[in-house]
Write a protein that binds this ligand. Structure first.
Ligand code: SF4
Ligand code: SF4
Length: 419
């Protein structure tokens, strides 16, 4: 869309993406500066309402190369806007513009980029599609690493009800998406999506709300369903119930997924829990602090979101259905994952930690893969992905895995020596 006919964005010349131009024009023209979104967000309180940012935007100014990476892409602004504007999309487009100009290669993002490269590598990926498979379980990197037993238990449980259910251990590439590298995101995600479609997969069951959003927005031709919805329609595993009041947190990426939100509430109630929710739940839920990789460049802003959530929980145990949110909150408050409640409530009742932390998470992912590989039945199509190795990343995944393994052995020996 050309900018002719409107002089509202005089500083906008010089950017190359029509999608960005479209967002800038819409917000410049339609934002009434009502400040409803600003009231909710410290990023906007610092830089001004969306109209101010859109009209001042100039891609060559240094300010605008860092600025969009301080927005969590959480879409709370989108949820509260009375004019259906989407400032989060504007900031994502600004990220893509900065990345395309080579101005967004921040060293602080290396940890996120490497996380994805490891997740999409030959060493860490595993696809197992049994004969007749048209549905796969996609647990996501964070759940598999932090809760390997629960991941396998959930898969086995779903398999009882869907015998031809396949499994895919892979990364949905949301880090590349959120960091503005849409070329890598499109290449890597489309390769995954095309492989599934070409092999007869019609439905993807996702456990991670981030994967759910990615598959939902970009997985054309695939039906996406959260495992919580599926579990809610099945008889639950027989375990102890936790009869206590907990604070439920909806991940920000799930804010527009009402069906998933309903299923989560139903599951928790079936397990005997009483739920408390703040006014910031469902559509107006708050980012945990990890959204959009903001903690890499603006740790204060990220902590601000985390603190708001902890305050809203009012000292009650927090339950979330995103392994990343759960990890963030667990550093500050007693926190459990919904799947802990469904499969391992005893751990929560005993106050035991239910999640593993890095670097153990990487080891866990390899272990899950090995267990799945060993239990593969004949007639199952399997693969390890090669795209990460061919994408020119040059990231030494195997060397990192060997080093991690040696560290783990040293830790284990140290523990034994101490005993
Ligand atoms: S997406 Fe979230 S962090 Fe970004 S401007 Fe909107 S409310 Fe603020
Ligand atoms: S809520 Fe909508 S109209 Fe109001 S300031 Fe934010 S973007 Fe503009």
């Amino acid at each position: 869309m050309a900018n002719s006919g409107s002089n509202l964005c005089p500083a906008n010349s010089g950017h190359s993406r029509p999608e960005l131009e479209s967002c800038l024009l819409r917000i410049s023209n339609d934002c009434t500066q009502c400040q409803l979104c600003v009231k909710e967000c410290s990023f906007l309180q610092t830089y001004g309402d969306p109209k101010t940012i859109a009209t001042e935007y100039a891609p060559n100014f240094e300010k605008f190369q860092q600025l969009p990476f301080q927005c969590s892409l959480c879409e709370l602004c989108t949820a509260v806007c009375p004019h259906d504007l989407n400032p989060a999309q504007l900031f994502l487009e600004m990220r893509r513009e900065a990345f395309g100009r080579g101005k967004a290669d921040f060293p602080q993002h290396r940890v996120l980029r490497n996380y994805e490269k490891i997740g999409t590598s030959k060493l860490f990926t595993w696809y197992a599609l049994p004969d007749g498979c048209n549905t796969v379980f996609f647990p996501g990197c964070a759940l598999t690493g932090s809760r390997p037993e629960t991941t396998l238990e959930l898969y086995r449980y779903l398999q009882k009800h869907l015998p031809a259910l396949g499994i895919v251990l892979d990364c949905c590439s949301k880090p590349s998406h959120d960091l503005g590298n849409h070329v890598r995101f499109n290449n890597v995600f489309n390769e995954l999506k095309n492989y599934l479609s070409a092999n007869g997969v019609k439905t993807v069951l996702v456990a991670c709300p981030n994967c759910q959003k990615v598959f939902n927005e970009y997985g054309t031709g695939l039906t996406v369903e959260s495992v919580y919805q599926r579990l809610d329609g099945l008889p639950l595993p027989k375990t102890d119930n936790i009869a206590e009041k907990v604070h439920l947190h909806d991940p920000c990426v799930s804010r527009f997924y009402g069906t998933t939100q309903d299923a989560v509430r139903s599951l928790l109630k079936k397990k005997g829990l009483q739920l408390s929710e703040s006014s910031h739940s469902r559509k107006t839920t708050l980012c945990c602090g990890a959204g959009g990789g903001v903690s890499c460049l603006a740790s204060e802003r990220s902590r601000n979101w985390t603190t708001k959530n902890i305050d809203n929980a009012d000292a009650q145990r927090i339950v979330s259905y995103c392994a990343s949110c759960t990890h963030v909150f667990a550093a500050h408050s007693s926190t459990g994952h919904l799947l802990d409640v469904v499969f391992q409530p005893q751990k929560i009742l005993n106050g035991e930690s239910t999640e593993a932390k890095a670097p153990l998470t990487y080891f866990n992912r390899l272990q899950v893969k090995n267990k799945l590989r060993r239990s593969t039945t004949s007639g199952t199509r399997t693969r390890e992905r090669q795209i990460g190795d061919r994408s020119g990343t040059g990231f030494p995944v195997k060397r990192v895995a060997v080093v991690m393994f040696l560290i783990l052995i040293m830790l284990a020996v140290g523990k034994i020596a101490l005993i």
